[in-house]
Design a protein around this ligand. Structure first.
Ligand SMILES: Cc1cc2nc3c(=O)[nH]c(=O)nc-3n(C[C@H](O)[C@H](O)[C@H](O)COP(=O)(O)O)c2cc1C
Length: 412
């Protein structure tokens, strides 16, 4: 007979594993098995819908713990959600339905899983699983963005792949082994970016034509905000230099709002200092305008019926990341640039490779304008001196983690 693994006292953690009502619920059993194999203690809980997809007996058999499904269980004297939240170092919601994400984003607590999440004293991991149309619905995307910006939730997946209906797209739950790894990272309590200072730029710049008009671009800032939120959640001290966007500041992130490229340059200079020692990494996700009106009118330019439309002379803006790269003596700070192009994958990659060489940065995130601007998801390839990764489609939060993984993996 083989005994259940004994918790390794130094590393063992208590994981509350909450299962919600998706076909992917059966995979939560494998996540539980992997966590137990690593020596952790798993407290299973399920929503009423989840019990229709996978038997509580299966989960309790794997976990060696009773499955909690009901806040109102008369057999339990006291507040079950508080007791579970008190005991758990991490809460993992696997899978997380669209409805569970909506309830979590609103801070609702009318079932055991959401009440426990609201009461969690440690980090919460959610592994969404749903049909791609449910995932891409603006309501779900808004709920996910709200959860990430609150800074308490780490997303694992979803990924692109076949879902239960047979359709293929973004919404398939991340693989159990990936989810278990993410839970273990969270459970270890030390973010892999702790002690690091990360500066992220995000959003567009607005270059004034006159006091009411500007030249701008369609950047929404979502990628940069996701990067800032994820870097913070992984323990970094984060400064977010944001162009004009209407996004909430991720929890725990220091934010500086700017409008023009020149202001962004000044904010970067301030943050990095003369010797660039102010950051371990600079991630330039902002879409900084390449050109600005050579001179901005101090008063509103009038429409004069008699004269032709005015011409706007343009001046080049400074290339902010190339400036920093040129001043870098060694490898610090790490520099990440974005290459946004309008062509096919080959054109996007060629442009990214050129950018990597010309700007002398460490990593270029290659993406296509039509798949990125304003979307909650994106499809990117990561290009560095070693080559280019395949294009991967994922939520901006998940892509932010991939980009940060690359920074963490860089030789010190
Ligand atoms: C067969 C079936 C499969 C379902 N699969 C999913 C799914 O993968 N993802 C999802 O978000 N909802 C799915 N639903 C809908 C949820 O089960 C439903 O929204 C439920 O209220 C979620 O409750 P819970 O979040 O409390 O578990 C499915 C429903 C059925 C009947």
């Amino acid at each position: 007979m083989t005994e259940r693994p004994r918790p390794n006292e130094s590393r063992a953690r208590v994981v509350a594993l909450a299962v919600t009502g998706s076909v992917a619920a059966y995979k939560a059993v494998e996540v539980a098995r992997l966590l137990i194999k690593s020596g952790h203690r798993v407290l299973p809980l399920m929503t009423a819908s989840a019990t229709r997809f996978v038997g509580p007996v299966t989960l309790s058999g794997i976990c060696g713990e009773p499955v909690a499904t009901d806040m109102w269980d008369p057999a339990y004297p006291g507040e079950l959600h508080v007791a579970i939240a008190d005991r758990a170092d991490v809460l993992a919601i696997v899978p997380a339905t669209a409805d569970a994400l909506a309830r979590l984003a609103q801070g609702r607590a009318d079932d055991l899983v959401t009440a426990t999440a609201l009461c969690a004293r440690g980090p919460v991991l959610v592994a969404p699983a749903m049909h791609p149309r449910m995932w891409s619905h603006p309501a779900t995307q808004a709920n996910v963005a709200a959860l990430v910006s609150q800074g308490r939730v780490r997303l694992a997946g979803p990924v692109v792949g076949p879902v239960a209906s047979g359709d293929v797209g973004m919404g398939r739950m991340a693989e159990p082994v990936e989810i278990a790894r993410a839970v273990e990272e969270l459970a270890s309590g030390v973010g892999d970016l702790s002690g690091k200072r990360v500066v992220v730029t995000a959003g567009p710049t607005y270059e004034p034509i006159d006091p009411v008009r500007f030249l701008g671009n369609r950047s929404s800032g979502k990628m940069g905000f996701a990067l800032a939120a994820r870097a913070r959640a992984r323990g970094a001290d984060v400064l977010l230099i944001a162009g004009p966007v209407a996004l909430p500041t991720p929890a725990g992130v220091e934010r500086r709002d700017v409008e023009t490229a020149e202001q962004m340059r000044a904010a970067l200079a301030d943050a990095l200092g003369p010797d660039l020692r102010g950051a371990d990494a600079v991630v330039m996700a902002a879409a900084v305008a390449d050109f600005r009106p050579a001179s901005a009118s101090a008063t509103k330019i009038k429409k004069d019926a008699a004269s032709a439309a005015p011409a706007i002379d343009l001046a080049r803006n400074p290339d902010l990341i190339a400036e920093i790269a040129a001043r870098r003596a060694g490898e610090a700070p790490a520099l990440v640039a974005f290459a946004l192009e309008t062509g096919d994958d080959a054109a996007v990659l060629a442009y990214a490779r050129k950018k990597l060489e010309q700007k002398r940065v460490d990593l270029v995130v290659a993406n296509a304008a039509h798949e990125s601007l304003g979307h909650g998801d994106n499809r990117v390839a990561l290009v560095d001196a070693a080559g280019a990764s395949p294009f991967v489609a994922a939520s901006k939060e998940a892509l932010a983690d991939r980009i940060l993984d690359r920074l963490v993996a860089r030789p010190a």
